[in-house]
Design a protein around this ligand. Structure first.
Ligand code: HEC
Length: 130
């Protein structure tokens, strides 16, 4: 009997400690805060490297045969965030009048699992390298 009580007491102390930890964490670190710009740049860079880098290079420097240099890129600079997200979602077909190399830029970089939210983070990353 005594043993069961002790276990129950220990368990409730552990639950209390966990609750205190969660409250402290929320207060000190602000776990509930929206992500900062730095977080979004890092997230966008991660997504970029996973999907876009194979054509545009690890650091968006472009490649001679595939994707263009996206650093200090005029197309990026001239467009709003919303326009860029729309462009990324659609891509640019090889026969599109704006296409310069006759090579397709696939919709969502060929990765349909990229959400509009992911594309928005990639745009934040692209802005950070202009
Ligand atoms: C399969 C290769 C490929 C992948 C993957 C790819 N792109 Fe591209 N992208 C291209 C090509 C090729 C062009 C240039 C087409 C042209 O000549 O007009 C281009 C063009 C662009 C442009 C327009 C640049 C300009 O100056 O006109 C942007 C912005 C861009 N890509 C961003 C991205 C992003 C962001 C991703 C990842 C979500 C991505 N691309 C994935 C091949 C790719």
């Amino acid at each position: 009997m005594g043993r069961t009580e002790t276990v129950a007491r220990r368990r409730s102390r552990r639950t209390r400690l966990r609750a205190i930890w969660v409250v402290t964490c929320l207060a000190a670190v602000g776990c509930g805060d929206p992500p900062t710009t730095d977080d979004r740049v890092a997230q966008g860079q991660l997504q970029f490297r996973a999907t876009c880098a194979m054509c545009h290079g690890q650091d968006a420097q472009g490649s001679r045969l595939m994707g263009k240099d996206l650093r200090r890129n005029e197309f990026v600079a001239m467009r709003s965030d919303a326009e860029l997200i729309e462009f990324l979602a659609r891509g640019r077909s090889a026969t599109h009048p704006d296409n310069q190399r006759g090579i397709e830029m696939p919709p969502r970089g060929g990765n349909p699992s990229l959400t509009d939210e992911d594309l928005a983070a990639i745009v934040v990353y692209l802005r950070s390298i202009q």
